[in-house]
Design a protein around this ligand. Structure first.
Ligand code: SF4
Length: 349
């Protein structure tokens, strides 16, 4: 399928399954033109996980007394709905080991939101996939570190992880869930057959391949040599032309070229209520236990670098942003506060 067809199929499915969400989604382009943010909120409800992946930075988040509960999520969901937001992604940790997963999904009000979940797929049996679909989940995002089974397993410190991830993708698809394969590319492995093979695999199986460029954070903190360059980015664009299933969040979609989506299209919520402009930018722009979501979005939009269009991914490609702001949280307990990262001159007057 070509890109336009893929987008049309997704929209038709949403219209049929969740008409109230569809009605909000089709307004996104107009809202964007008017400067109104419509972010997907990625929610790290709990950092508990069954794996110990090399790249994980969850342990670096400073532990605080108050943690998210289903009641907090219900409140967030009400606020988000009143602001016209329409998408949540549940992450962690590993959501499939959350004891209160059903309660969490119910609190997010599945009839009002498109719901996705980031998972390593270990526990995505056929029964689990059918159950998730029945309680309102729409999409799963399953990470694949490498198309090479051995490399994936060693990175995850878990023999058999690759096979489980692939089985999870098939189980999810068979249950009617949309499937996104998530992978990270570095400057070292971007322009290789690995990228092409993963795109081909996704295209042939009706999956999306979400390519995330490497950030110099977590295990790679300060290692700017892993960052992709212009040629790598061009290579990804060319593979996308051949296999439209390969996607980056800076690529235009649904006729919109929004560039980097910090605040306007993406927010990340930590287990401790902090809101980040993106899961990779560990600078809190507010906390939902202290302020309204509307006020936090307003603050985010008042920061110049998030307000202006950026063709480049700020956290993984834009050297100026990386050197000026990402380096501010290197070596620190995460996240740092917006007041620590941005000066008066960084704000729109
Ligand atoms: S910084 Fe990169 S990952 Fe984050 S929203 Fe922007 S494009 Fe997406």
């Amino acid at each position: 399928m070509q890109e336009k067809e893929i987008e049309n199929v997704k929209r038709a499915k949403l219209r049929q399954e969740k008409p109230a969400v569809y009605d909000k989604v089709i307004k996104i382009a107009e809202r964007h033109q008017q400067g109104i943010a419509t972010p997907i909120i990625d929610i790290a409800y709990n950092y508990a996980c069954n794996l110990k992946c090399q790249h994980c930075s969850a342990a670096r988040f400073q532990k605080k007394a108050r943690k998210l509960t289903p009641a907090d999520l219900k409140k967030l969901s009400d606020e988000a709905d009143s602001l016209g937001l329409c998408q949540f992604n549940l992450s962690g940790g590993e959501p499939l080991i959350f004891k209160d997963l059903d309660e969490v999904i119910a609190a997010l009000q599945p009839s009002k939101f498109h719901l996705s979940m980031s998972t390593n797929g270990h526990f995505m049996t056929q029964e689990m996939a059918r159950h998730l679909k029945a309680i309102g989940l729409d999409k799963v995002k399953i990470s694949m570190d490498d198309f090479d089974e051995k490399l994936h397993d060693s990175n995850r410190n878990s023999p058999g992880a690759y096979q489980k991830a692939v089985a999870a993708m098939m189980n999810a698809r068979d249950a009617g869930l949309s499937v996104v394969v998530q992978t990270v590319v570095t400057h070292q492995n971007c322009k290789t057959d690995r990228t092409v093979q993963m795109a081909k695999f996704a295209q042939e199986n009706d999956f999306t391949l979400d390519v995330m460029v490497a950030r110099a954070i977590g295990a790679w903190e300060g290692k700017h040599e892993v960052l992709v360059d212009e040629e790598d980015a061009e290579f990804l664009w060319q593979v996308h032309q051949k296999y439209p299933a390969l996607h980056r969040d800076t690529f235009p979609s649904y006729g919109m070229d929004k560039g980097c989506g910090c605040v306007d299209s993406t927010l990340h919520l930590t287990q401790f209520g902090d809101i980040l402009p993106c899961v990779f930018i560990h600078i809190a722009i507010g906390n939902i236990f202290e302020e309204s979501l509307a006020d936090i979005i307003k603050r985010g939009q008042s920061i110049k670098c998030f307000q202006k269009y950026s063709r480049l991914c700020l956290s993984g490609e834009d050297r100026e942003f990386i050197n000026k702001y990402m380096t501010k949280f290197y070596g620190k307990q995460l996240p740092i506060l917006w007041s620590e990262a941005f000066d008066e001159e960084d704000f729109v007057k």
